[in-house]
Ligand binder design. Structure first.
Ligand SMILES: Nc1ncnc2c1ncn2[C@@H]1O[C@H](COP(=O)(O)OP(=O)(O)OP(=O)(O)O)[C@@H](O)[C@H]1O
Ligand SMILES: [Mg+2]
Length: 429
């Protein structure tokens, strides 16, 4: 079962700039979560705080029972092995082929032989639709391809917690649907706890069990997707509809005069550009592909939503009941069909055939997969791989710059990344 990540009263600032304050939420074990929020609200910073790359000013981050804001560098190093992270920029080694990038964590942290590594790498390459491109360098492929390669690397050791910073950015809508499906299938297979940072409303509507939203330095909401999607909170409604009219402005929050002008424009029938979709109708959640195991988190999630139901507005209750009934129907149909749909679901069917691989990867988690953190090492920063292997997270440039893509980790010798955090902290003030 995936690992629960619990965040309590977390506050983070850089110098005098508070990014967010008093954030409390729990990513329930094995559930899929999405984090939304306007650009610059600190979603990527949040993700980095979850893995201890950034040290919060206050609060705790409990991963598998350990508060990573307080633990030793050695403990942190161990805890990070539970994570697979897709950074916003993909964070690939520029001088390595995609194949070597994806093989990197396996070579660093397992004793697998090259033919076994090849089998696993090619399976992940296939999963993310990059077959044929594995010998290319990151600079020779498109942004969306780099993103998918980063995802393959994040998945290569079947982590218990998967963090994906905008897995859809740079991807076309169809590839986005495949990647979303892939995350659901992986969740069904290994019950990993997943957090997806995204601006993609389709993903938010159909993929996660829970959704959170950051706005104005606070967590506006975090809870079951059904609750957030049917929320009447103006910020949430505006964000979901993608309309320019509402509390979210281009740079800062809007003042009353601007709001009044907008209201007049709306009254005059001028469009704010948003979708007119009816969010009171909850679209069915995406199910694992036929042949995949059922998602274990579904039941647990259901129970929580049912407990919450009486406290919700009548319209939300109705929408939720309807969507649950529809999901049950789809799941039942899926089960009925699963015996006859082995081929034709592309990469997923092949991955299913490779169930042995999954089991194999899971089984020795404590043994030869020890130390999987470097799966998300590196960035195109001119470092040689040997520089990067000494660090757990060289993709991250701490404290000194807001440009996370330009990384260039410092050398920490044996990967004692606690240094990283203290570096950030001291530079941040
Ligand atoms: N290492 C850093 N040092 C100083 N400021 C930083 C650092 N990292 C991020 N910031 C600042 O924190 C704020 C939040 O950045 P973050 O990248 O988390 O936003 P985001 O919500 O992920 O945005 P987007 O949706 O555009 O990716 C920004 O103002 C950014 O400049
Ligand atoms: Mg970001």
């Amino acid at each position: 079962m995936g690992v629960e990540v619990s965040v309590e009263h977390l506050t983070k600032s850089f110098g005098s700039q508070t990014i967010w304050r008093d954030v409390t939420l729990t990513l329930p074990s094995g559930e899929v979560n999405a984090l939304l929020g306007p650009s610059g609200t600190g979603k990527s910073v949040f993700l980095k705080t979850l893995i201890g790359l950034l040290q919060p000013d206050q609060g705790s981050v409990i991963v598998d029972g350990t508060d990573i804001t307080q633990c030793s560098a050695k403990e942190l190093y161990e805890i990070r092995k539970l994570f697979g992270v897709l950074f916003q920029d993909g964070a690939l080694f520029g001088s390595m082929s995609l194949y070597d990038n994806i093989a990197f964590p396996l070579r660093e942290h397992t004793r697998k032989k090259e033919d076994e590594i090849r089998r696993i790498v090619m399976e992940k390459v296939d999963l993310v639709g990059l077959t044929g491109a594995e010998d290319k360098l990151p600079g020779e492929i498109s942004g969306g391809m780099r993103k998918r390669a980063g995802l393959a690397r994040a998945l290569v050791l079947d982590p218990e917690i998967i963090l994906c910073d905008e897995p859809d950015s740079g991807l076309d809508p169809v590839r986005t649907a495949y990647i979303s499906q892939l995350l659901i299938d992986i969740n069904a297979q290994i019950d990993a706890t997943i957090l997806i940072v995204t601006h993609n409303i389709n993903i938010a509507r159909t993929i996660p069990d829970n959704i959170g939203m950051l706005f104005r330095k606070e967590l506006v909401m975090f809870g079951p997707r059904e609750v957030l999607l049917t929320s009447h909170e103006p910020v949430v409604k505006q964000f979901l509809s993608g309309d320019r009219f509402g509390p979210i402005g281009m740079s800062e929050e809007k003042d009353e005069a601007v709001a009044a002008k907008e209201a007049a424009m709306q009254a005059a029938g001028i469009s704010g550009g948003g979708t007119k979709d009816d969010f009171s109708i909850i679209q069915p959640q995406v199910q694992p592909n036929p042949g995949m195991p059922e998602r274990k988190a579904i039941k647990r999630h259901r129970e929580r939503v049912k407990e919450l139901l009486p406290s919700l507005p009548e319209s939300a209750q109705e929408a939720i009941r309807r969507s649950m009934a529809e999901e049950d129907e789809v799941a039942a149909r899926n089960r009925g069909e699963s015996a006859q749909v082995p081929a034709g679901v592309g990469a997923h069917a092949r991955s299913e055939a490779g169930a042995e691989t999954q089991a194999d990867l899971n089984a020795p988690a404590g043994a030869d997969t020890s130390g999987q953190t470097d799966q998300f090492t590196s960035v195109d920063n001119g470092h040689s791989p040997s520089d990067a292997v000494t660090e757990q997270f060289p993709a991250y440039q701490d404290g000194s710059s807001s440009d996370e893509t330009s990384a260039g980790g410092r050398h920490h010798g044996d990967g004692a990344t606690g240094d990283d955090r203290s570096g950030e902290k001291s530079q941040g003030r």
